[in-house]
Ligand binder design. Structure first.
Ligand code: 1GP
Length: 231
């Protein structure tokens, strides 16, 4: 795998700037032993709520990265930046359009050493991100493999993200993805709400990302870190 600022990650929490989290819960998340906190969300992300959450996470030593999905939410001061490119959509604005728009406006300010493209493959059609981007979530396994080859071999993206946000994914699909990734770091996110699911996904993905359960069952969220670190 490529040697970048995120290449040692195995576990990450994703915090949504549009959701509220108390100080105690935030401390537990940041001190959990996770490798990184990703700040990102599919809706309601603004400069104000992003910078507010970043400042609160900054009290802790944990790596803190921004998933840049809107221009409004592009905030300086993070340790790293992930820029998603949605690969399974026909709407070019989500593949390169918005990214180009961002570069036209902020290109001179981009910290390139700390910025990584993530090839997103969204496989839950009910996810907000899938609806927003018009993703074709019903990929067959061979179509998924072609998307992996596109991201990993042809485009040489540093990271590929299998996104099932809101539901636990098909582990056969994740296994197929893992078999075909050579250089990219494989992220998996979606429906991880227990140590068991964390361990299952971590068998195939380099990095598992845990989101929603932080807001519904903090202890279950924390158990996912131990499940990955115990491997
Ligand atoms: C969302 O992949 C992450 O972008 C995590 O998904 O919220 O379902 O855990 P969940």
């Amino acid at each position: 795998m490529n040697g970048t600022w995120h290449s040692h990650w195995r576990h990450a929490f994703k915090l949504d700037p549009d959701k509220s989290i108390g100080d105690e819960a935030l401390e537990a998340i940041c001190m959990s032993g996770t490798d990184g906190i990703i700040v990102g969300g599919s809706s309601g992300v603004t400069y104000e709520n992003t910078i507010d959450l970043m400042a609160r996470i900054r009290r802790y030593e944990v790596d803190c990265a921004l998933e840049v999905s809107t221009l409004e939410g592009a905030v300086p001061g993070f340790d790293g930046y992930f820029v998603p490119l949605v690969l399974n959509t026909e709407r070019s604005e989500w593949i390169v359009g918005r990214q180009l728009q961002g570069l036209m406006e902020y290109g001179t300010f981009v910290p390139w050493e700390e910025t990584a493209a993530q090839g997103y493959i969204i496989l839950n059609g009910d996810a907000t991100a899938a609806k927003l981007t018009g993703a074709n979530a019903d990929l067959t396994e061979s179509e998924l493999v072609a998307h992996i080859q596109l991201a990993d071999r042809l485009l040489r993206l540093p990271a590929v993200y299998i996104e099932y946000s809101g539901t636990f994914g098909n582990m056969d699909m994740l296994r197929a993805a893992s078999r075909h990734v050579r250089d990219a770091q494989l992220f998996y996110g979606g429906g991880i709400d227990s140590a068991e699911k964390a361990a299952q996904a971590a068998e195939f993905a380099h990095v598992i990302v845990v989101g929603n359960v932080i807001y519904t069952d903090l202890n279950a969220a924390l158990s996912t870190v131990r499940a990955v670190k115990a491997r």
